[in-house]
Design a protein around this ligand. Structure first.
Ligand SMILES: Nc1ncnc2c1ncn2[C@@H]1O[C@H](COP(=O)(O)OP(=O)(O)OP(=O)(O)O)[C@@H](O)[C@H]1O
Ligand SMILES: O=C(O)c1ccc[n+]([C@@H]2O[C@H](COP(=O)([O-])O)[C@@H](O)[C@H]2O)c1
Length: 191
Protein backbone atom coordinates (compact mmCIF):
# COMPACT_ATOMS: atom_id res chain seq x y z
CA UNK A 1 0.00 0.00 0.00
CA UNK A 2 1.56 3.29 -1.09
CA UNK A 3 0.84 6.55 0.65
CA UNK A 4 2.31 9.71 2.06
CA UNK A 5 1.05 8.67 5.52
CA UNK A 6 1.36 12.19 6.97
CA UNK A 7 0.16 10.85 9.38
CA UNK A 8 -0.99 7.24 8.93
CA UNK A 9 -4.55 6.84 10.29
CA UNK A 10 -7.16 4.15 10.94
CA UNK A 11 -8.65 4.62 7.43
CA UNK A 12 -5.37 3.34 5.94
CA UNK A 13 -5.17 0.45 8.41
CA UNK A 14 -8.76 -0.70 7.89
CA UNK A 15 -8.36 -0.56 4.09
CA UNK A 16 -5.13 -2.58 4.27
CA UNK A 17 -6.67 -5.15 6.59
CA UNK A 18 -9.73 -5.54 4.37
CA UNK A 19 -7.64 -6.04 1.20
CA UNK A 20 -5.36 -8.53 3.01
CA UNK A 21 -8.37 -10.56 4.06
CA UNK A 22 -10.24 -10.32 0.72
CA UNK A 23 -7.27 -11.57 -1.36
CA UNK A 24 -5.78 -13.70 1.46
CA UNK A 25 -2.48 -11.85 0.99
CA UNK A 26 0.63 -13.15 2.77
CA UNK A 27 1.77 -9.64 3.60
CA UNK A 28 0.76 -6.01 3.20
CA UNK A 29 3.80 -3.81 2.71
CA UNK A 30 3.21 -0.15 3.53
CA UNK A 31 5.42 2.04 1.36
CA UNK A 32 5.67 5.67 2.53
CA UNK A 33 6.46 8.03 -0.34
CA UNK A 34 9.81 9.79 -0.51
CA UNK A 35 8.86 12.93 -2.44
CA UNK A 36 5.15 12.78 -3.39
CA UNK A 37 5.44 14.92 -6.55
CA UNK A 38 1.69 15.50 -6.87
CA UNK A 39 1.70 17.02 -3.35
CA UNK A 40 4.58 19.41 -4.09
CA UNK A 41 2.25 22.38 -3.44
CA UNK A 42 2.03 21.54 0.28
CA UNK A 43 4.33 21.06 3.24
CA UNK A 44 5.03 17.34 3.76
CA UNK A 45 6.68 16.06 6.96
CA UNK A 46 10.18 14.58 6.73
CA UNK A 47 10.21 11.07 5.22
CA UNK A 48 11.87 9.63 8.33
CA UNK A 49 8.98 10.84 10.57
CA UNK A 50 6.38 9.41 8.16
CA UNK A 51 8.32 6.14 7.96
CA UNK A 52 8.59 5.82 11.76
CA UNK A 53 4.89 6.59 12.25
CA UNK A 54 4.07 3.87 9.70
CA UNK A 55 6.29 1.38 11.56
CA UNK A 56 4.66 2.26 14.90
CA UNK A 57 1.11 1.95 13.50
CA UNK A 58 1.70 -1.41 11.82
CA UNK A 59 4.00 -3.08 14.39
CA UNK A 60 1.34 -5.20 16.10
CA UNK A 61 0.01 -6.85 12.92
CA UNK A 62 2.16 -9.84 11.87
CA UNK A 63 0.95 -9.47 8.24
CA UNK A 64 1.90 -5.80 8.00
CA UNK A 65 5.40 -4.52 7.24
CA UNK A 66 6.95 -1.26 6.02
CA UNK A 67 9.36 -0.72 3.15
CA UNK A 68 11.92 2.06 2.79
CA UNK A 69 12.25 1.70 -1.00
CA UNK A 70 10.53 5.01 -1.78
CA UNK A 71 12.10 7.07 0.99
CA UNK A 72 15.60 5.75 0.22
CA UNK A 73 15.33 6.49 -3.55
CA UNK A 74 16.34 10.07 -4.38
CA UNK A 75 14.00 12.25 -6.43
CA UNK A 76 10.24 12.24 -6.91
CA UNK A 77 8.37 9.04 -6.03
CA UNK A 78 6.87 7.16 -8.95
CA UNK A 79 4.95 3.92 -8.43
CA UNK A 80 6.67 2.39 -11.46
CA UNK A 81 9.95 2.55 -9.46
CA UNK A 82 8.24 1.24 -6.30
CA UNK A 83 6.95 -1.81 -8.15
CA UNK A 84 10.27 -2.43 -9.93
CA UNK A 85 12.09 -2.34 -6.57
CA UNK A 86 9.55 -4.63 -4.90
CA UNK A 87 9.66 -7.08 -7.84
CA UNK A 88 13.42 -7.32 -7.39
CA UNK A 89 13.07 -7.87 -3.64
CA UNK A 90 10.21 -10.40 -3.99
CA UNK A 91 10.87 -12.05 -7.39
CA UNK A 92 8.30 -14.83 -6.88
CA UNK A 93 5.51 -12.69 -5.48
CA UNK A 94 2.32 -11.61 -7.21
CA UNK A 95 2.04 -7.91 -6.38
CA UNK A 96 -1.15 -6.00 -5.59
CA UNK A 97 -0.91 -2.22 -5.30
CA UNK A 98 -3.48 -0.87 -2.84
CA UNK A 99 -4.78 2.67 -3.27
CA UNK A 100 -7.88 4.65 -2.44
CA UNK A 101 -10.42 5.09 -5.21
CA UNK A 102 -9.52 8.81 -5.28
CA UNK A 103 -5.90 7.97 -6.14
CA UNK A 104 -7.09 5.50 -8.77
CA UNK A 105 -9.17 8.22 -10.42
CA UNK A 106 -5.93 10.19 -10.94
CA UNK A 107 -3.86 7.25 -12.09
CA UNK A 108 -3.72 8.29 -15.76
CA UNK A 109 -1.58 11.25 -14.61
CA UNK A 110 1.04 8.92 -13.11
CA UNK A 111 4.41 8.32 -14.75
CA UNK A 112 4.58 5.35 -17.19
CA UNK A 113 1.12 4.22 -16.18
CA UNK A 114 0.82 1.52 -18.88
CA UNK A 115 4.02 -0.12 -17.69
CA UNK A 116 2.92 0.30 -14.06
CA UNK A 117 -0.23 -1.76 -14.70
CA UNK A 118 1.92 -4.63 -16.04
CA UNK A 119 3.79 -4.97 -12.73
CA UNK A 120 0.85 -5.34 -10.31
CA UNK A 121 -2.84 -5.81 -9.88
CA UNK A 122 -4.41 -2.59 -8.58
CA UNK A 123 -6.94 -2.48 -5.77
CA UNK A 124 -8.99 0.70 -5.38
CA UNK A 125 -10.62 1.00 -1.94
CA UNK A 126 -13.71 3.10 -1.45
CA UNK A 127 -13.47 5.93 1.06
CA UNK A 128 -16.12 8.40 2.16
CA UNK A 129 -16.41 11.11 -0.46
CA UNK A 130 -15.52 8.81 -3.36
CA UNK A 131 -19.04 7.45 -3.92
CA UNK A 132 -19.82 9.56 -6.98
CA UNK A 133 -16.26 9.42 -8.30
CA UNK A 134 -16.03 8.86 -12.04
CA UNK A 135 -13.25 6.51 -13.08
CA UNK A 136 -12.11 6.85 -16.70
CA UNK A 137 -13.23 3.25 -17.25
CA UNK A 138 -12.70 3.23 -21.02
CA UNK A 139 -9.04 4.25 -20.58
CA UNK A 140 -8.18 1.89 -17.72
CA UNK A 141 -7.24 -1.81 -18.01
CA UNK A 142 -10.13 -3.00 -15.85
CA UNK A 143 -8.82 -6.60 -15.90
CA UNK A 144 -5.92 -5.28 -13.77
CA UNK A 145 -8.12 -3.37 -11.31
CA UNK A 146 -10.40 -4.49 -8.47
CA UNK A 147 -12.65 -1.98 -6.76
CA UNK A 148 -13.25 -3.00 -3.18
CA UNK A 149 -15.76 -1.58 -0.74
CA UNK A 150 -14.12 -1.23 2.66
CA UNK A 151 -15.81 -0.24 5.94
CA UNK A 152 -16.14 3.52 5.65
CA UNK A 153 -13.95 5.64 7.92
CA UNK A 154 -14.21 9.34 7.13
CA UNK A 155 -10.66 10.08 8.22
CA UNK A 156 -8.01 11.87 6.19
CA UNK A 157 -4.45 12.88 7.01
CA UNK A 158 -5.40 16.46 6.09
CA UNK A 159 -8.10 16.47 8.79
CA UNK A 160 -5.72 14.94 11.36
CA UNK A 161 -3.08 17.63 10.64
CA UNK A 162 -5.69 20.39 10.86
CA UNK A 163 -6.97 19.07 14.18
CA UNK A 164 -3.47 19.00 15.69
CA UNK A 165 -2.83 22.54 14.43
CA UNK A 166 -6.04 23.72 16.15
CA UNK A 167 -5.26 21.82 19.34
CA UNK A 168 -8.14 19.37 18.83
CA UNK A 169 -7.71 15.70 19.78
CA UNK A 170 -6.87 13.01 17.24
CA UNK A 171 -7.24 10.13 19.72
CA UNK A 172 -9.01 7.17 18.04
CA UNK A 173 -8.57 8.64 14.54
CA UNK A 174 -4.99 7.35 14.58
CA UNK A 175 -3.33 4.64 16.73
CA UNK A 176 -2.33 5.78 20.24
CA UNK A 177 1.39 5.57 19.42
CA UNK A 178 0.88 8.03 16.56
CA UNK A 179 -0.79 10.59 18.85
CA UNK A 180 2.23 10.30 21.14
CA UNK A 181 4.79 10.44 18.30
CA UNK A 182 3.17 13.58 16.83
CA UNK A 183 3.24 15.26 20.27
CA UNK A 184 6.84 14.23 20.95
CA UNK A 185 8.08 15.49 17.55
CA UNK A 186 5.75 18.52 17.63
CA UNK A 187 4.47 17.76 14.14
CA UNK A 188 1.71 19.82 12.50
CA UNK A 189 1.71 22.56 15.15
CA UNK A 190 2.84 25.47 12.96
CA UNK A 191 0.52 25.16 9.97
N1 LIG B 1 -10.18 6.80 5.07
C1 LIG B 1 -9.66 6.13 4.04
N2 LIG B 1 -10.30 5.03 3.53
C2 LIG B 1 -9.78 4.34 2.47
N3 LIG B 1 -8.63 4.69 1.82
C3 LIG B 1 -7.96 5.76 2.26
C4 LIG B 1 -8.43 6.53 3.39
N4 LIG B 1 -7.55 7.54 3.61
C5 LIG B 1 -6.60 7.41 2.66
N5 LIG B 1 -6.82 6.37 1.85
C6 LIG B 1 -5.99 5.92 0.72
O1 LIG B 1 -4.71 5.56 1.21
C7 LIG B 1 -3.67 5.95 0.27
C8 LIG B 1 -2.64 6.81 0.95
O2 LIG B 1 -3.31 7.94 1.45
P1 LIG B 1 -2.61 9.29 1.91
O3 LIG B 1 -1.37 8.96 2.68
O4 LIG B 1 -2.51 10.25 0.81
O5 LIG B 1 -3.73 9.73 3.00
P2 LIG B 1 -4.84 10.83 2.89
O6 LIG B 1 -5.65 10.73 4.14
O7 LIG B 1 -5.57 10.78 1.59
O8 LIG B 1 -3.89 12.13 2.94
P3 LIG B 1 -4.16 13.66 2.65
O9 LIG B 1 -5.43 14.06 3.36
O10 LIG B 1 -2.93 14.32 3.24
O11 LIG B 1 -4.23 13.82 1.15
C9 LIG B 1 -4.36 6.74 -0.84
O12 LIG B 1 -4.47 5.88 -1.95
C10 LIG B 1 -5.71 7.10 -0.23
O13 LIG B 1 -6.73 7.19 -1.21
O1 LIG C 1 3.66 7.13 -10.11
C1 LIG C 1 3.22 8.29 -10.01
O2 LIG C 1 3.43 9.17 -10.87
C2 LIG C 1 2.34 8.62 -8.80
C3 LIG C 1 1.67 9.84 -8.71
C4 LIG C 1 0.90 10.10 -7.57
C5 LIG C 1 0.79 9.16 -6.55
N1 LIG C 1 1.44 7.97 -6.70
C6 LIG C 1 1.39 6.97 -5.61
O3 LIG C 1 0.07 6.81 -5.11
C7 LIG C 1 0.13 6.48 -3.72
C8 LIG C 1 -0.81 7.40 -2.95
O4 LIG C 1 -0.26 8.71 -3.05
P1 LIG C 1 -0.68 9.90 -2.10
O5 LIG C 1 0.16 11.03 -2.60
O6 LIG C 1 -2.16 10.07 -2.32
O7 LIG C 1 -0.36 9.51 -0.71
C9 LIG C 1 1.61 6.62 -3.32
O8 LIG C 1 2.20 5.34 -3.29
C10 LIG C 1 2.19 7.45 -4.43
O9 LIG C 1 3.59 7.23 -4.66
C11 LIG C 1 2.19 7.68 -7.78
Amino acid sequence: MGGTFDPIHHGHLVAASEVQSYFDLDEVIFVPTGQPWQKSDRLVSPPEDRYLMTVIATASNPRFSVSRVDIDRPGPTYTIDTLRDLSRLYPDAELFFITGADALAQILTWRDVDETFKLAQFVGCTRPGTEGLELPLDQLPMDRITLLEVPALAISSTECRARVAKGNPIWYLVPDGIVQYIAKRELYTNR
